[in-house]
Design a binder for this molecule. Sequence first.
Ligand SMILES: [Zn+2]
Length: 311
Amino acid sequence: MDKVLGIDIGGTSIKAGVFSTEGELQTATRIPTRELVNEVSFAVVTEGLVNLLARVDATPDDVVGVGLDIPGPVDDDGRVGMLPNIDLNPEGLQRALKRAFPRAKLAFVNDANAAALGELWHGTAKDVSNFVLVAIGTGVGGGVVVDGKVVSGAFGAGGEIGHITVNRNEERSCGCGRHGCLEQYASASGIVRVYKEECKKLGVAPVSLEGPTDTLSVFNALEAGDEAAKAAISCMCDCLGYALAQISVILDPQMYLIGGGVSGGFKLFAEKLRASYRKYCLASSAMVRILPASLGNDAAMYGSAFQAMQN
Ligand SMILES: [Zn+2]
Protein backbone atom coordinates (compact mmCIF):
# COMPACT_ATOMS: atom_id res chain seq x y z
CA MET A 1 0.00 0.00 0.00
CA ASP A 2 1.35 3.43 -0.92
CA LYS A 3 2.44 5.62 1.99
CA VAL A 4 3.49 9.20 2.54
CA LEU A 5 5.93 10.32 5.24
CA GLY A 6 5.63 13.67 6.99
CA ILE A 7 8.84 14.75 8.72
CA ASP A 8 9.24 17.68 11.10
CA ILE A 9 12.87 18.54 11.85
CA GLY A 10 13.43 20.00 15.30
CA GLY A 11 16.52 21.04 17.19
CA THR A 12 16.92 17.82 19.21
CA SER A 13 14.68 15.32 17.44
CA ILE A 14 12.63 14.77 14.36
CA LYS A 15 8.94 13.94 14.46
CA ALA A 16 7.78 11.60 11.71
CA GLY A 17 4.41 10.19 10.72
CA VAL A 18 3.25 7.56 8.23
CA PHE A 19 0.14 8.64 6.33
CA SER A 20 -2.09 6.75 3.94
CA THR A 21 -2.48 8.41 0.55
CA GLU A 22 -5.99 9.36 1.72
CA GLY A 23 -4.37 11.50 4.40
CA GLU A 24 -4.94 9.38 7.49
CA LEU A 25 -2.15 9.36 10.08
CA GLN A 26 -1.38 5.69 10.78
CA THR A 27 1.54 5.88 13.17
CA ALA A 28 4.09 8.43 14.36
CA THR A 29 7.29 8.60 16.32
CA ARG A 30 9.98 10.92 17.59
CA ILE A 31 13.55 10.09 16.57
CA PRO A 32 16.21 11.74 18.75
CA THR A 33 18.92 13.46 16.74
CA ARG A 34 21.89 15.62 17.46
CA GLU A 35 23.36 17.45 14.51
CA LEU A 36 22.16 16.25 11.10
CA VAL A 37 25.38 16.76 9.19
CA ASN A 38 26.93 13.37 8.33
CA GLU A 39 26.05 9.91 7.01
CA VAL A 40 25.94 8.41 10.52
CA SER A 41 23.29 10.88 11.64
CA PHE A 42 21.32 10.54 8.38
CA ALA A 43 21.32 6.73 8.87
CA VAL A 44 19.76 7.19 12.34
CA VAL A 45 16.91 9.06 10.66
CA THR A 46 16.38 6.66 7.74
CA GLU A 47 16.57 3.57 9.99
CA GLY A 48 14.08 5.16 12.37
CA LEU A 49 11.74 5.76 9.44
CA VAL A 50 12.09 2.19 8.16
CA ASN A 51 11.24 0.88 11.67
CA LEU A 52 8.25 3.21 11.77
CA LEU A 53 6.99 1.86 8.44
CA ALA A 54 7.36 -1.71 9.73
CA ARG A 55 4.80 -0.90 12.46
CA VAL A 56 2.14 -0.65 9.74
CA ASP A 57 3.57 -3.53 7.69
CA ALA A 58 5.04 -1.21 5.09
CA THR A 59 8.47 -1.16 3.47
CA PRO A 60 10.57 1.65 1.96
CA ASP A 61 9.26 0.70 -1.50
CA ASP A 62 5.73 1.63 -0.41
CA VAL A 63 6.72 5.26 0.17
CA VAL A 64 5.60 7.48 -2.71
CA GLY A 65 6.14 10.85 -1.06
CA VAL A 66 8.29 12.36 1.67
CA GLY A 67 7.55 15.82 2.99
CA LEU A 68 10.27 17.55 4.96
CA ASP A 69 10.05 20.81 6.82
CA ILE A 70 13.09 23.04 7.10
CA PRO A 71 13.57 25.51 9.97
CA GLY A 72 14.43 28.40 7.65
CA PRO A 73 13.60 29.79 4.21
CA VAL A 74 13.43 27.04 1.56
CA ASP A 75 12.28 26.96 -2.05
CA ASP A 76 10.36 24.22 -3.89
CA ASP A 77 13.55 22.49 -5.01
CA GLY A 78 14.85 22.20 -1.46
CA ARG A 79 17.37 25.04 -1.73
CA VAL A 80 17.78 26.41 1.77
CA GLY A 81 18.59 29.96 2.86
CA MET A 82 19.93 30.79 6.34
CA LEU A 83 19.55 28.18 9.11
CA PRO A 84 20.14 30.14 12.31
CA ASN A 85 18.98 27.68 14.99
CA ILE A 86 20.03 24.19 13.91
CA ASP A 87 22.99 22.04 12.80
CA LEU A 88 21.66 20.61 9.55
CA ASN A 89 23.06 19.72 6.15
CA PRO A 90 19.85 19.76 4.12
CA GLU A 91 21.40 18.52 0.86
CA GLY A 92 22.96 15.53 2.61
CA LEU A 93 19.71 14.63 4.34
CA GLN A 94 17.81 14.93 1.07
CA ARG A 95 20.27 12.58 -0.66
CA ALA A 96 20.00 10.04 2.17
CA LEU A 97 16.19 10.12 2.00
CA LYS A 98 16.23 9.66 -1.78
CA ARG A 99 18.49 6.62 -1.39
CA ALA A 100 16.35 5.11 1.38
CA PHE A 101 13.01 5.71 -0.40
CA PRO A 102 13.76 5.34 -4.11
CA ARG A 103 10.11 5.63 -5.29
CA ALA A 104 9.37 8.75 -3.26
CA LYS A 105 9.12 12.30 -4.47
CA LEU A 106 10.56 14.74 -1.95
CA ALA A 107 8.75 17.94 -1.01
CA PHE A 108 10.00 20.84 1.10
CA VAL A 109 8.34 23.48 3.15
CA ASN A 110 9.45 26.03 5.73
CA ASP A 111 8.54 24.89 9.27
CA ALA A 112 6.05 27.63 10.15
CA ASN A 113 4.45 27.22 6.72
CA ALA A 114 4.25 23.48 7.40
CA ALA A 115 2.42 24.15 10.67
CA ALA A 116 -0.01 26.43 8.83
CA LEU A 117 -0.65 23.74 6.20
CA GLY A 118 -1.21 21.19 8.97
CA GLU A 119 -3.80 23.40 10.65
CA LEU A 120 -5.44 23.99 7.26
CA TRP A 121 -5.60 20.28 6.56
CA HIS A 122 -6.55 18.78 9.92
CA GLY A 123 -6.64 21.58 12.53
CA THR A 124 -8.45 24.73 13.67
CA ALA A 125 -8.20 26.31 10.21
CA LYS A 126 -9.91 23.43 8.39
CA ASP A 127 -12.09 25.03 5.69
CA VAL A 128 -10.63 28.50 6.43
CA SER A 129 -8.97 29.75 3.26
CA ASN A 130 -7.41 32.98 4.57
CA PHE A 131 -5.53 32.87 7.85
CA VAL A 132 -2.15 33.49 9.45
CA LEU A 133 -0.46 31.12 11.87
CA VAL A 134 1.88 32.73 14.38
CA ALA A 135 4.32 30.20 15.84
CA ILE A 136 5.73 31.54 19.09
CA GLY A 137 8.67 29.55 20.38
CA THR A 138 12.31 30.49 20.83
CA GLY A 139 11.63 32.88 17.94
CA VAL A 140 8.43 34.02 16.23
CA GLY A 141 7.58 32.39 12.90
CA GLY A 142 4.61 32.82 10.64
CA GLY A 143 2.69 30.86 8.04
CA VAL A 144 0.46 32.90 5.75
CA VAL A 145 -2.36 31.16 3.89
CA VAL A 146 -4.19 33.09 1.16
CA ASP A 147 -6.98 31.42 -0.82
CA GLY A 148 -5.94 28.05 0.61
CA LYS A 149 -2.29 28.35 -0.43
CA VAL A 150 0.79 29.10 1.65
CA VAL A 151 2.53 32.32 0.60
CA SER A 152 6.25 31.61 0.70
CA GLY A 153 7.19 34.66 -1.37
CA ALA A 154 9.68 35.36 -4.15
CA PHE A 155 12.70 34.78 -1.90
CA GLY A 156 11.26 32.17 0.45
CA ALA A 157 10.91 34.75 3.21
CA GLY A 158 7.14 35.32 3.01
CA GLY A 159 5.49 35.18 6.42
CA GLU A 160 8.60 36.08 8.42
CA ILE A 161 6.35 38.05 10.71
CA GLY A 162 8.71 37.78 13.68
CA HIS A 163 10.72 40.48 11.93
CA ILE A 164 7.96 43.05 11.59
CA THR A 165 9.35 46.21 13.19
CA VAL A 166 7.26 47.11 16.22
CA ASN A 167 9.69 49.52 17.91
CA ARG A 168 11.79 51.83 15.75
CA ASN A 169 13.61 53.17 18.84
CA GLU A 170 15.04 49.83 19.97
CA GLU A 171 18.83 49.84 20.22
CA ARG A 172 19.35 46.14 20.89
CA SER A 173 19.88 43.99 17.78
CA CYS A 174 17.53 41.23 16.70
CA GLY A 175 18.95 37.90 15.44
CA CYS A 176 18.34 39.21 11.91
CA GLY A 177 20.68 42.16 12.53
CA ARG A 178 17.90 44.77 12.54
CA HIS A 179 16.32 46.53 15.53
CA GLY A 180 12.93 46.46 17.22
CA CYS A 181 11.53 43.26 15.61
CA LEU A 182 8.38 41.61 17.04
CA GLU A 183 10.51 38.59 17.98
CA GLN A 184 12.47 40.74 20.46
CA TYR A 185 9.32 41.16 22.62
CA ALA A 186 6.92 38.34 21.77
CA SER A 187 9.12 35.23 21.48
CA ALA A 188 9.83 33.01 24.48
CA SER A 189 13.28 34.55 24.84
CA GLY A 190 11.83 38.05 24.40
CA ILE A 191 9.18 37.49 27.08
CA VAL A 192 11.77 36.20 29.57
CA ARG A 193 14.14 39.10 28.81
CA VAL A 194 11.41 41.73 29.26
CA TYR A 195 10.31 39.98 32.47
CA LYS A 196 13.82 40.24 33.91
CA GLU A 197 14.02 43.91 32.93
CA GLU A 198 10.69 44.61 34.63
CA CYS A 199 11.92 42.87 37.79
CA LYS A 200 14.95 45.12 37.78
CA LYS A 201 12.79 48.23 37.34
CA LEU A 202 10.59 47.14 40.26
CA GLY A 203 13.60 46.20 42.37
CA VAL A 204 12.38 42.62 42.90
CA ALA A 205 14.09 39.29 42.30
CA PRO A 206 12.76 37.24 39.35
CA VAL A 207 11.21 33.81 40.02
CA SER A 208 13.61 30.95 39.39
CA LEU A 209 13.93 30.38 35.64
CA GLU A 210 15.11 27.27 33.79
CA GLY A 211 17.05 29.01 31.05
CA PRO A 212 16.43 32.00 28.79
CA THR A 213 13.17 30.71 27.22
CA ASP A 214 11.30 29.48 30.32
CA THR A 215 7.97 31.21 29.72
CA LEU A 216 6.16 28.55 31.76
CA SER A 217 7.67 30.03 34.94
CA VAL A 218 6.72 33.54 33.78
CA PHE A 219 3.12 32.38 33.16
CA ASN A 220 3.05 30.74 36.60
CA ALA A 221 4.26 34.01 38.12
CA LEU A 222 1.55 35.85 36.19
CA GLU A 223 -1.13 33.60 37.65
CA ALA A 224 0.30 34.25 41.14
CA GLY A 225 -0.13 38.01 40.59
CA ASP A 226 3.52 38.90 39.88
CA GLU A 227 3.65 42.53 38.64
CA ALA A 228 6.77 42.07 36.49
CA ALA A 229 5.22 39.03 34.76
CA LYS A 230 2.07 41.07 34.18
CA ALA A 231 4.15 43.81 32.55
CA ALA A 232 6.09 41.35 30.35
CA ILE A 233 2.91 39.66 29.08
CA SER A 234 1.28 43.07 28.52
CA CYS A 235 4.30 44.10 26.45
CA MET A 236 4.10 40.86 24.46
CA CYS A 237 0.38 41.33 23.79
CA ASP A 238 0.83 44.99 22.87
CA CYS A 239 3.59 44.21 20.32
CA LEU A 240 1.85 41.15 18.89
CA GLY A 241 -1.56 42.84 18.64
CA TYR A 242 0.11 45.78 16.90
CA ALA A 243 1.89 43.47 14.42
CA LEU A 244 -1.30 41.50 13.66
CA ALA A 245 -3.15 44.76 13.01
CA GLN A 246 -0.48 45.68 10.43
CA ILE A 247 -0.82 42.26 8.77
CA SER A 248 -4.61 42.74 8.58
CA VAL A 249 -4.16 45.95 6.59
CA ILE A 250 -2.46 43.93 3.86
CA LEU A 251 -4.10 40.49 4.01
CA ASP A 252 -7.34 40.97 5.95
CA PRO A 253 -7.42 37.31 7.05
CA GLN A 254 -10.41 35.57 8.66
CA MET A 255 -8.34 34.15 11.49
CA TYR A 256 -5.06 34.30 13.39
CA LEU A 257 -3.87 31.07 14.98
CA ILE A 258 -1.39 31.19 17.83
CA GLY A 259 0.87 28.12 17.92
CA GLY A 260 4.28 27.14 19.22
CA GLY A 261 5.36 26.47 22.80
CA VAL A 262 4.16 29.83 24.15
CA SER A 263 0.60 29.06 23.01
CA GLY A 264 0.43 26.77 26.08
CA GLY A 265 -0.32 29.99 27.99
CA PHE A 266 -2.91 31.17 25.45
CA LYS A 267 -5.80 31.28 27.94
CA LEU A 268 -3.78 33.61 30.16
CA PHE A 269 -3.13 36.21 27.46
CA ALA A 270 -5.94 35.71 24.89
CA GLU A 271 -8.19 38.58 26.05
CA LYS A 272 -5.30 41.01 26.39
CA LEU A 273 -4.04 40.09 22.90
CA ARG A 274 -7.49 40.50 21.35
CA ALA A 275 -7.92 43.89 23.04
CA SER A 276 -4.51 45.01 21.80
CA TYR A 277 -5.36 43.91 18.25
CA ARG A 278 -8.65 45.83 18.34
CA LYS A 279 -6.87 48.93 19.63
CA TYR A 280 -4.61 49.07 16.55
CA CYS A 281 -6.62 47.50 13.71
CA LEU A 282 -8.75 49.13 11.04
CA ALA A 283 -12.41 48.98 12.10
CA SER A 284 -13.27 46.82 9.08
CA SER A 285 -10.94 44.03 10.29
CA ALA A 286 -11.99 44.12 13.95
CA MET A 287 -14.04 40.90 13.71
CA VAL A 288 -11.04 38.66 12.98
CA ARG A 289 -10.84 35.59 15.22
CA ILE A 290 -7.68 35.02 17.28
CA LEU A 291 -7.55 31.38 18.38
CA PRO A 292 -5.05 28.77 19.58
CA ALA A 293 -3.72 26.32 17.00
CA SER A 294 -5.07 22.82 17.67
CA LEU A 295 -2.49 20.31 16.44
CA GLY A 296 0.21 21.45 18.86
CA ASN A 297 3.61 19.95 18.10
CA ASP A 298 2.15 17.71 15.42
CA ALA A 299 1.09 20.54 13.09
CA ALA A 300 4.33 20.68 11.08
CA MET A 301 4.41 16.91 10.65
CA TYR A 302 0.89 16.98 9.20
CA GLY A 303 1.79 19.95 7.00
CA SER A 304 4.92 18.28 5.65
CA ALA A 305 2.90 15.22 4.66
CA PHE A 306 0.27 17.45 3.08
CA GLN A 307 2.98 19.20 1.05
CA ALA A 308 4.23 15.81 -0.15
CA MET A 309 0.72 14.83 -1.20
CA GLN A 310 0.45 17.92 -3.39
CA ASN A 311 3.07 16.32 -5.67
ZN1 LIG B 1 14.56 40.64 13.32
